[in-house]
Design a protein around this ligand. Sequence first.
Ligand SMILES: CC(C)(COP(=O)(O)OP(=O)(O)OC[C@H]1O[C@@H](n2cnc3c(N)ncnc32)[C@H](O)[C@@H]1OP(=O)(O)O)[C@@H](O)C(=O)NCCC(=O)NCCS
Length: 190
Amino acid sequence: MEPFAVESLDPRTISPADEKSIAQLRQSVWVNSSKDGFLAEPFRPFWKAYSGSDAQAPAMFVIRYGQKVIALAKTLPRIIQPQGRAEMCVMGLASVCNAPDWRGRGLGKAVVRAALARVDKGDFEWAVFQCPAGRQTFYEQFGVRRVQNRFFRTDRLGAGNNPFWDECAMCYPKRDGWPDVDIGVPSPGW
Ligand SMILES: CC(C)(COP(=O)(O)OP(=O)(O)OC[C@H]1O[C@@H](n2cnc3c(N)ncnc32)[C@H](O)[C@@H]1OP(=O)(O)O)[C@@H](O)C(=O)NCCC(=O)NCCS
């Protein structure tokens, strides 16, 4: 039996109640986050204004208990610029979490699987994201691998900085073809 269904939400049309529930979930998980603007969702305006293809539209995967969102994984298109190669649109994965009282019941796994399935069905060639060293093994069970590329911001505000604040840069799937070069990112990290 699958007691918890994963639901896909479109951030362009999400209800204020769901937005509030997701914000409360993130605040309950990252209580002591010192990441500037992380809880304020710097990509929110981008999500709301997105007008690209439906296949690569931002999507949030959630599990609810009643109306309350208790698990979350966000996906959004992100441009990366492997040096000397054509730029690529990859699937950023962000804000993977579940409520502290609901850990260890497969919910985290369910929302991550749903998110990575976008790559499996061809919406994106690769997913790229960051995670703390302590979460690396959680992601490896899905066929995600850590990559060693140097990532650096190319936008004016962050020029030269690493866009990621966690230790590990991760990519999915684990197969040949990932560019083994430095990678520019024309935006803040996700
Ligand atoms: C990471 C997180 C989403 C996992 O969610 P969860 O619902 O507790 O995980 P699940 O119950 O789905 O666990 C699935 C599997 O992952 C494993 N796992 C869970 N947390 C893990 C961790 N921190 N490190 C390694 N493996 C982990 C479980 O042992 C389980 O393995 P199994 O299927 O072989 O039994 C959750 O702990 C969380 O929200 N943490 C805080 C926020 C965070 O760190 N997010 C990730 C940032 S990149």
